[in-house]
Ligand binder design. Structure first.
Ligand code: C2O
Length: 536
């Protein structure tokens, strides 16, 4: 194993899209930011220097950070922000992980422009558990607002209303063929007969997305840096924070084929229907402009729940001898977390009410110092230990009208003993409308053992759980109007954030944290903080 050094200089950079230019926060002046490359078991050292007026933090989404929670990055959860002119070194080891992940800023809405891919190759000499691709291609999805992103969200919070939807989606930083602004859109070149490993990253802010390539099927081999049983599909469903590796064989007639992404949603809160396109071009093809027409693709409709269900149901852990699925069979902590978006009264808001989001009726309030520090140094008054493991009263989560409208504010955590096993049923609620929530847990991969529509039934639903080869991931879309059950082992001491990866839902309060205690044995405690850990 090696040590990989990176330097992330955070700078503003004027960037043009949709016929207009605006300064955005970037890493090293790039949008998307640089790709981190490493191998399994390598140590990654990223020196961040902040040259912008805003505070920054960086999160390495999906990297387990075993005993190194100080490098995990969510602002006020594991660290205080890196202030203007300051630097911080993120130092972590990629224990037992290989595949595609992403990094992104983890403060306010900065990840809109501050994100990039992480590629972890298998150890030298260890092959992929699928046929070796001829080449690899990274494909990163994003969202673009014409106005300043922090202004968009600050304005929305002031009014208590949903924010403006983005003005465009991007594929590798490009919005796609726009007739007026001569953006050609991203082009992926392929050679006829060759196989490509697509490393697909959804770094969008508020959108779960469909992804298609006209005329081509893909074979899914990995999600969230865990190998899957291969399956073929023409449509990929991917939530923000999720990653998907797919094999693409250039087996069609030489030509231009449209690549497209479009949003999935069946909610009244988001109204986006933007599509971004790119081109798959076989070598030897003239450009579309030079009269070789592009084969177009048709995208699923915005509320194509069937497509999302089919895709998610097809995902299974590889569960081979080499890559076994270690699903916890007995459970120490069983939690039911009702998650949703609702409204609270608000005197100063336009409609006299404010949109909020909650878990078990707690709207999480960010503390002013990092919870991990408070936990490590035993500082009281930063958070309370009483996060409810169950909703306050039994109610009809998915019916209407709902009973539990009013949320309470709090900075509450849920405590887990070292190495305890945990089951969480994430139950979507329908206070404003049933919505899909791509929920992300820091510090762990979890197994998705079950899901269903309607209210979770603790008596009968566990009977159909898959404890053999459930998919293992770090971010899971909780179905609209339904629930998802996940299991994991709390073998990573520290403070770990759980939140909806739709940034607007996080901002509204759909978030909480777990405190995982140190174990008693050797190598079961969180390591001491680095000396340059930022202060609040
Ligand atoms: Cu990718 Cu807490 O985030």
């Amino acid at each position: 194993s090696r040590i990989r050094h990176y330097k992330f200089t955070v700078v503003k950079k004027n960037t043009s899209k949709l016929c207009a230019s605006k300064p955005i926060i970037t890493v090293n002046g790039k949008f998307p930011g640089p790709t981190l490359y490493a191998r399994e078991d390598d140590t990654v050292v990223v020196r961040v220097v902040n040259h912008v007026k805003d505070n920054v933090t960086f999160h390495w989404h999906g990297i387990r950070q075993l005993r190194t929670g100080w490098a995990d990055g969510p602002a006020y959860i594991t660290q205080c922000p890196i202030q203007t002119g300051q630097s911080y070194i993120y130092n972590f080891t990629l224990t037992g992980q290989r595949g595609t992940l992403l990094w992104h800023a983890h403060i306010n809405w900065q990840r809109a422009t501050v994100h990039g891919a992480i590629v972890i190759l298998p150890k030298r000499g260890v092959p992929y558990p699928f046929p070796k691709p001829d080449k690899e291609e990274i494909i990163v999805f994003g969202e673009w607002w014409k106005s300043d992103v922090e202004m968009v969200i600050n304005q929305a919070m002031k009014l208590g209303q949903p924010p403006n939807v983005s003005d465009a989606h991007t594929i590798n930083g490009q919005t796609g063929p726009a007739p007026n602004c001569s953006s050609k859109g991203y082009t992926m070149y392929v050679e006829s007969g060759k196989t490509y490993l697509l490393r697909i990253v959804n770094a969008a802010v508020n959108e779960e997305l469909f992804f298609k390539i006209a005329g081509h099927q893909m074979t899914i081999v990995e999600v969230d840096a865990t190998y899957t049983k291969p399956f073929r599909t023409d449509t990929i469903f991917i939530g923000p924070g999720q990653t998907t590796n797919a094999l693409l064989k250039a087996d069609r007639k030489i030509g231009n084929y449209q690549i497209a992404i479009s949003p999935f949603m069946d909610t009244i809160v988001a109204t986006d229907s933007q599509t971004a396109t790119a081109t798959l071009r076989y070598n030897g093809t003239l450009s579309a402009a030079a009269s070789s027409p592009t084969t177009l693709t048709t995208m699923p409709s915005k509320n194509a729940t069937k497509v999302t269900t089919n895709f998610m149901d097809s995902l299974r852990s590889l569960n081979s001898r080499k890559y076994p699925a270690n699903v916890p069979k007995t459970i120490d902590h069983s939690l039911l977390l009702a998650i949703g978006v609702g409204v609270n009264p608000c005197g100063t808001c336009v409609n006299g009410s404010r949109v909020v989001a909650d878990i078990n009726n707690v709207t999480f309030v960010m503390p002013t110092t990092a919870i991990l520090q408070a936990h490590y140094y035993n500082v009281s008054g930063v958070y309370t230990d009483d996060f409810p493991g169950n909703p306050p009263v039994p109610y009809n989560y998915t019916g209407s009208p709902p009973t539990n409208m009013q949320t309470t504010n709090g900075t509450k955590v849920y405590r887990l003993g070292y190495n305890s096993t945990v089951q969480i049923v994430l139950q979507g609620t329908a206070i404003i409308a049933p919505e899909s929530h791509p929920t992300h847990l820091h510090g762990f991969n979890f197994y998705v053992v079950g899901k269903g529509i309607g209210n979770y039934d603790p008596k009968n639903d566990p009977k159909s759980f898959n404890l053999v080869d459930p998919i293992e991931r770090n971010t899971i879309s909780v179905p609209t109007g339904g629930w998802t059950a996940i299991r994991f082992r709390a073998d990573n001491p520290g403070v770990w954030f759980l939140h909806c990866h739709l940034e607007i839902h996080t901002t509204w309060g759909l978030k909480m944290a777990f405190v995982v205690e140190n174990g008693k044995g050797p190598n079961q405690s969180i390591l001491p903080p680095p000396s340059d850990l930022p202060k609040c």
